[in-house]
Design a protein. Structure first.
Lengths: 671, 316
């Protein structure tokens, strides 16, 4: 069976499961049936796409279905790029289904989740497979709408209705931008097939417009600053395994759309495009993680950190554009591989972390970090898996996040070869921004893990939490293992990505399988190389040596005692460092600029017995600067237009007459 | 092959042996500059041995992470220190990690230490951790620009290659290198919690960053962490020495004589660096914690300027 037919059969299976779920969802055991169904189908689709990616991808397989536009039909095609993103989608889908097998039992309203869950998986698969603009947009809208339904699953909870509304508005805006982009791409001839678009010539003006529209369309779905506002609202509102899919996978589908259009359909890039993408990417990375640092809600923090990672991916893509535009093929392949590697990595650790947040939510019913703490004692397995995710997302060796970050920095180091001065100056600055984002990510995840899982419990719920079920744990441990494997064996992953880079850029990184000791060598060994496996082995050996000598020669005595309180022990758990106090130094250093942050201390006068209070003032400048004025303008104009409803018949008639005269005048002047 | 393994092993043991000595030397010089007698240069070894013999007092709610962290931190720093060329380039496992990876390894160590600071749930641990990650967030971009500047000159981030290149006669005197070395020294001071960023000798919890973070540690755990801190100081000195002062460093495949000379030169470099560090620390005062951003911002700007100057000088 050809690859694309297998994938389409899986999609049909998922859609069938969605229909089945509608009828079944109120029945007992529906959760188990549907999630095992999606698990099996996703696993088949995963194996199919993986085989396609690793095997023979030269002859693209396509499929045309007699639906969609009558003269066009619906085209679906499986190539290397699509198969890579299918791997990401279906791996995330399989993990989320496995997690859902356990987590889904706590769901209050399964009939609001189950049908949409498998339809959502089908939608994401379809977007990646689509091979003409019409099917692409249709599938994109299907994916958006179904995910909107999932965001609204718990619509009675405070804030979720607003989240759903903002998401719907931003999604429509994004689709509008995509619609215009594809309109421009198809040109006056109006051939919407991707093959025809790829073959056509695009004027520089049209290409620039398409790039901007794609940044708006795909960027709003992926979460590029300043189009990210819906993401921290909508992702946390959905059930946790769906949050994982939205953050870990759906944003990647948006990136797929960006790559497909800008790298594949639009023809050879120009260097100014790369400046825009690089700039937006690095700003997004830093702003996203600063927002995350200020957050105390577990899932919102993760959603903001997704924005950071999207920024990192876009910055790498911008680098790839810059190198490609200047014909530096090898460097372009390096930057592009870094971007794809980070796509894969982020889908691993972000899903893992959302699963962890879901487990905490199940165990305690709390998403607010300041009411958690000490969970490492109560939930040892969850906390271990989440710790792995935290280390990986903080880009620390020997885990996978570091490898993609390292590849990206290696690409940054290639920038002196670029001829344009703007890029020469910008790339090192962007590199510094990305290093800042990585360091802030480490700070953020020290806070995430430290406040939630370490320290003393800050509430009764955290004190009495219990470990979650085995399905959830299995899903988390599988992802944690993948984080480690991709970190210590990056060579095979890079080799698996080379067909994709070869297809899109016409060049690929050197094959890494030939390197000794499973090292990765992007350009030449004298320039740079990294070996995650040996780093891990060395750390393991040195740590074991240290442990051996300590246990052989040092004292074994150990006594438990109260913590050192410097003479005054703060026995109240609420007096511990909270998420806001942990963020204070960074808030003071960066927040004054990024959020106009101010700390107000209200100290009562001597003799007054009121407690002293610390109030933190934070402004979301992007919301206040861009969105609030737009919302205000819409409200004002609708208020004003509302007057039209209460006119007399004479006024209506004169209005009609005036309109007629104006239109006739316009016509007269026009012709 | 045998000699490769030998050199690598010698290097791994050498950094272990010399690290406490360097700290002891710095302390001795500082004491002498203040006209005090000062403890012997071997005092850090005695401190470590004493700590090893003492019992561990563990806070009641300390988790397994708190007990594992000293070993993980020590191992990560030791591996990093073993990969920076000290007396010879062309170490056996040099290609395992380049400078970016070495810096990231130190980042892993710091990540776990910061987590351990949060573990017990006292305010001192929290204040130390949160300030430590702030300093790291400021130091990391500066460090990347230094790496960038250096890689631009040497065409590599691989420390052996860089050291070989810097030891050759192609380099000459460059303004960019001067800026990079200044920036690197500033980053190194911040990373090692030295004056003016942090005070390693203070005993007032609220003024400390690194020491506040590890306040709950005792006994053998504290010994491992202290040893890690000694190693880190040595690592940064070796890094600065091998990149900017590769004088007499033994190149790959040289004879035993060259290795001996290299080792001698290395010890001389350590002494000079230790003396300068002590002199600098005696002459300056610790700055307020929220002045650190300006200090590290200067390092960042120096790195950026160095890089841009290179571009300018290259294009003409």
């Amino acid at each position: 069976m050809s690859g694309v037919i297998l994938q389409m059969a899986c999609v049909a299976g998922l859609l069938g499961l969605a229909v089945l779920a509608i009828f079944l969802s109120r029945a007992k055991g529906a959760t188990a049936v549907i999630y095992s169904g999606t698990l099996v189908v996703s696993a088949i689709a995963l194996i199919g796409s993986l085989r396609w990616l690793l095997g023979d991808t030269a002859n693209a397989a396509d499929l045309t279905l007699p639906i969609g536009l009558p003269w066009l039909g619906a085209h679906f095609r499986l190539d290397a790029l699509a198969s890579f993103f299918l791997v990401v989608v279906n791996l995330g889908g399989a993990a989320a289904s496995l997690y859902g097998l356990g987590y889904g039992h706590h769901e209050q309203a399964p009939h609001r989740v189950l049908p949409f869950f498998s339809a959502f998986l089908a939608g994401m698969n379809l977007v990646v497979l689509a091979d003409d603009a019409f099917s692409y947009l249709l599938c994109w809208e299907f994916m958006s709408l179904v995910s909107w339904a999932l965001v609204m699953a718990h619509h009675r909870e405070a804030g979720n209705a607003k989240a759903g509304y903002v998401y719907l508005v931003m999604a429509s805006f994004g689709t509008l931008a995509l619609l215009l982009a594809f309109g421009l791409l198809a040109g006056p001839a109006g051939d919407y097939g991707f093959a025809a678009i790829r073959a056509a010539q695009h004027t520089p003006y049209a290409a620039a417009l398409v790039l901007i529209l794609m940044l708006l369309g795909a960027g709003s779905k992926a979460g590029l600053v300043p189009l990210h506002v819906w993401l921290p609202l909508a992702h946390p509102a959905a059930p946790s395994h769906v949050s994982a899919l939205m953050s870990g996978v759906m944003t990647k589908v948006a990136i797929y759309g960006f790559i497909r259009v800008v790298f594949d359909l639009l023809g050879p890039p120009t260097w100014p495009a790369s400046v825009v993408v690089l700039f937006l990417g690095s700003i997004t990375a830093v702003m996203g993680i600063l927002y995350a640092m200020m957050e105390k809600d577990l899932k919102r923090l993760l959603a903001y950190s997704t924005i950071e990672n999207i920024g990192v991916i876009f910055a790498s893509l911008g680098l790839a554009l810059a190198f490609q535009a200047n014909g530096l093929k090898l460097a372009a392949a390096l930057a592009f591989t870094a971007a794809l590697f980070h796509v894969l990595n982020h889908s691993f650790f972000k899903s893992l972390l959302f699963f962890g947040a879901g487990a905490v939510l199940t165990a305690t019913g709390e998403r607010d970090m300041d009411k958690l703490g000490g969970l490492i004692h109560r939930m040892p397995f969850t906390s271990f898996a989440v710790l792995v995710g935290c280390v990986a997302i903080s880009a620390l060796p020997p885990f996978n996040g570091f490898v993609s970050e390292w590849l990206m920095f290696q690409a940054v180091l290639q920038s002196p070869d670029l001829p344009q001065w703007a890029l020469k100056i910008m790339v090192p600055a962007a590199g510094a921004m990305l290093a800042l984002a990585a360091a802030l990510a480490a700070a953020c995840f020290v806070k995430f893990f430290g406040v939630t899982f370490l320290s003393r419990p800050r509430s009764g719920a955290a004190e009495t939490a219990d470990e979650v079920d085995r399905y959830s744990l299995t899903a988390m441990f599988i992802l944690a293992t993948l984080c480690l494997l991709a970190g210590i064996l990056p060579g095979p992953v890079i080799d698996a990505l080379s067909p994709v880079t070869a297809e899109i850029l016409g060049s690929a990184m050197p094959i890494q399988a030939n390197e000794a000791w499973l090292s990765i060598v992007p350009i030449a060994e004298s320039r740079s190389s990294y070996n995650g496996l040996l780093v891990m082995v060395f750390i393991a050996i040195s740590a074991s040596l240290a442990v051996f000598f300590i246990h052989r020669f040092a004292s074994h005595a150990l006594r438990r005692g109260p913590a050192w309180g410097c003479g005054f022990s703060d026995s109240v758990p609420a007096a511990q460092y909270s998420s806001a106090s942990f963020a204070q130094p960074i808030r003071r250093v960066f927040g004054a600029l990024a959020f106009h942050a101010r700390d107000h201390v209200e100290m009562p006068a001597p003799g007054d017995i009121r407690p002293a209070r610390l109030r933190i003032e934070l402004h979301d400048l992007i919301w206040e600067g861009i969105y609030a004025p737009i919302v205000g303008a819409v409200a004002w104009s609708s208020e004003w237009l509302n007057r039209l409803q209460f006119l007399t018949i004479r006024q209506y008639l004169s209005l009609v007459f005036a309109t007629l005269v104006t239109l006739l005048l316009v016509l007269a002047i026009w012709s | 092959m045998m000699s490769d393994i030998l050199v690598q092993t010698v290097q791994m043991l050498l950094v272990l042996v010399l690290a406490p000595l360097l700290t002891g030397f710095v302390r001795k010089i500082k004491a002498r500059l203040l006209r005090r007698q000062g403890a012997s240069v071997f005092q850090p070894y005695r401190d470590l041995l004493r700590l090893l013999r003492k019992e561990v007092v563990l806070a009641e709610n300390a988790s397994w992470l708190f007990r594992v962290t000293p070993y993980v931190t020590f191992a990560a720093i030791w591996v990093a220190a073993a990969l920076v060329p000290t007396f010879a380039t062309g170490l056996l496992f040099n290609w395992t990690a380049d400078l970016i990876a070495i810096v990231a390894l130190l980042g892993s160590a710091r990540f776990f230490l910061a987590l351990a600071g949060m573990d017990v749930g006292t305010s001192f641990g929290g204040i130390g951790s949160s300030r430590e990650v702030m300093i790291a967030a400021l130091a990391e971009p500066a460090m990347l620009l230094i790496v960038f500047c250096m890689a631009l000159i040497a065409g590599s981030t691989q420390l052996s290659t860089v050291a070989n290149f810097m030891a050759s006669s192609y380099v000459g005197l460059r303004v960019s290198l001067g800026m990079a070395v200044m920036a690197l020294i500033m980053v190194a001071l911040a990373e090692n919690a030295r004056i003016p960023v942090d005070n390693p000798a203070t005993h007032l919890e609220l003024t400390m960053v690194h020491e506040a973070m590890i306040l709950e540690y005792s006994g053998r755990h504290l010994a491992m962490i202290e040893f890690g801190a000694f190693l880190k100081l040595l690592l940064y000195v070796s890094l600065i020495a091998c990149v900017f002062l590769p004088w007499k460093i033994a190149v790959f495949g040289a004879g035993p004589l060259a290795y001996t000379v290299g080792a001698g030169a290395y010890i001389v470099k350590l002494m000079v660096a230790g003396f300068l560090l002590a002199l600098f620390e005696t002459a300056t005062a610790k700055m307020r914690v929220f002045r650190v951003p300006q200090f590290l911002g200067a390092a960042l700007m120096l790195g950026l300027l160095g890089t841009l100057l290179l571009f300018v000088s290259r294009s003409f």
